[in-house]
Design a protein around this ligand. Structure first.
Ligand code: FAD
Length: 447
């Protein structure tokens, strides 16, 4: 009988092992996507926009044969499978907390076949000698490289004979793919993913290790949004990187491993999507109340009076993306200068980021807050001024995003004194003072 290929966050036809499996023995395949309010609601308009345009691109590749339905997948997927008379429903495995619960519930009603995942090495596979998972990145990275990953799977639109959804009667009503009116100018879909990857690989990958920390330069790949929806698989990228063999490709491979690492951490500790990974921090003193809310609002609006922080927050809200170095700076500021809980900032990020991803976001936040996996001890407090001077050395990034400061030349833009324009806010806190306060709270926790 036929099979169903249920797409979730692997919205591509190339390098898709679940597609190969679904089409085995020449079976007819129905391509399905379920619009699930549980995921769409908290996504934010920019992320929904990319999703919808990725779906439209997929539907085009399939000659209009992507069946899109609405509802709770636990009811909708079995209903569609029954309507086409499918023996099995094929997916690429989801390792997030919600995805796992949903898939287990679907698997009680249909034969759910999970092949591959959005990661080079699926969560749970990389273990220490004693069989436990890693809590520290560097040894995970070593193991990950030793473990290795498969080469890209050879699949395409012609790997299957696709069932026309209009020929399916009963089950669920097919809906048109929604649209979202955002200004996002990022191209979506598999073709766009492959071509922006090729541009980066050919032009910028070799300088990536030297330039990646510079928000003023267009030096990173911006592939996060494509990886989020799986319009490209990291296997495809890793295979290319292996043949480049330069310091840039080495550094890039390490970043892709970070993505696998955080997915592994979240898989082992689903509670860490909401709670401190390091439980000792449950006792730390955090601020709340009207004044804390005002500070939070200033942070959201990019009006803290700290130029690099404000530039980052305005890039986030306007472009729905932020440079990694600046994500760390604004996150550190929220936690250590404003003494607010990391999850408040994480939630705001997820509402705005086009690449918003529960594993990378929550653990990027926890890492910066010092409540997560290793490396950034709580007592290491970023100084927004020196961070700005170091990573945006000419001040170009700040001037791009903070128009009030366009009249200030060079790196003076990071350490405003008498040249602080009237229309630009005064610093909402005193960094030196708040740094001491953060250390005091940390000290209280230890004793
Ligand atoms: P590149 O520098 O070109 O990196 C290539 C790829 O490697 C990225 O696309 C990404 O998939 C992966 N990668 C790079 N750095 C990291 C990292 N630190 N952790 C995990 N994966 C990484 N990334 C997300 O994809 N979604 C998020 O919601 C997210 N939230 C973050 C929140 C905070 C507070 C911090 C500090 C980091 C967050 N990151 C997140 C990680 C990182 O900032 C972005 O992946 C990166 O900026 C995306 O831009 P790029 O594709 O140009 O990155």
């Amino acid at each position: 009988g036929p099979s169903v290929l249920w797409f979730r966050r692997d919205l591509r036809l190339g390098d898709n092992p679940a597609l190969a499996h679904a089409a085995e023995d020449g079976r007819d395949v129905l391509a399905l996507f379920v619009l699930d309010d549980h995921l769409l609601g908290p996504s934010g308009a920019a992320r929904r926009d990319v999703l919808f345009r990725s779906l439209t691109a997929l539907d085009d590749q399939l000659g209009g044969r992507l069946m899109v339905v609405k509802g709770d997948p636990v009811a909708a997927v079995p209903a569609v499978a029954k309507a086409v008379g499918a023996d099995a429903v094929h997916v690429s495995e989801d390792y997030g907390p919600y995805g796992r619960r949903r898939d287990d519930a679907v698997a009680e009603k249909v034969d759910l076949v999970r092949t591959g995942s959005p990661y080079a090495v699926s969560p749970g596979r990389i273990v220490k000698d004693d069989g436990e998972g890693f809590k520290v990145f560097t040894p995970f990275y070593r193991r990950w490289q030793d473990h290795g990953w498969r080469g890209p799977a050879d699949t395409s639109a012609s790997s299957a004979s696709w069932i026309d959804p209009d020929d399916v009667s009963g089950g669920r009503k097919r809906v048109t793919i929604p649209t979202e009116n955002t200004h996002a100018d990022v191209e979506a879909g598999e073709k766009a993913a492959l071509s922006s990857w090729a541009d980066f690989r050919d032009d910028r990958a070799s300088g990536y290790d030297d330039e990646r920390d510079r928000p003023d330069k267009d030096s990173t790949s911006r592939m996060s949004v494509h990886l989020k929806y799986g319009t490209i698989h990291p296997r495809t990228m890793l295979a290319d990187l292996a043949s480049l063999k330069n310091d840039g490709s080495e550094a890039y491979r390490r970043e892709l491993c970070f993505r696998d690492f955080y997915a592994d951490i979240l898989f082992r500790r689903p509670d860490s999507a909401r709670e401190n990974y390091d439980k000792r921090f449950d006792a730390i003193e955090l601020d709340s109340g009207p004044h804390a809310d005002e500070l939070f609002q200033a942070w959201c609006d990019g009006k803290t009076g700290f130029p690099i922080v404000d530039a980052g927050m305005r890039q986030l809200v306007s472009e729905n993306w932020m440079h990694n170095r600046v994500r760390m700076i604004v996150a550190s500021f929220l936690v250590k200068d404003l003494h607010l809980p990391w999850w408040r900032g994480a939630r705001f990020f997820l509402q705005h980021l086009m690449d918003g991803d529960i594993a990378s976001n929550q653990h990027g936040w926890q890492w910066t807050a010092g409540t997560g996996t290793d490396a950034s001890p709580y007592f290491r407090v970023f100084n927004p001024t020196t961070q700005g001077e170091k990573f945006d050395p000419n001040g170009d990034y700040v001037r791009r995003w903070v128009p009030e400061l366009r009249g200030v030349d060079g790196k003076a833009v990071h350490a405003l004194k008498n040249d602080r324009p009237e229309e630009y806010p005064e610093p909402i806190v005193d960094h030196k003072h708040e740094r001491e306060e953060a250390l005091r709270r940390f000290g209280a926790l230890k004793s």
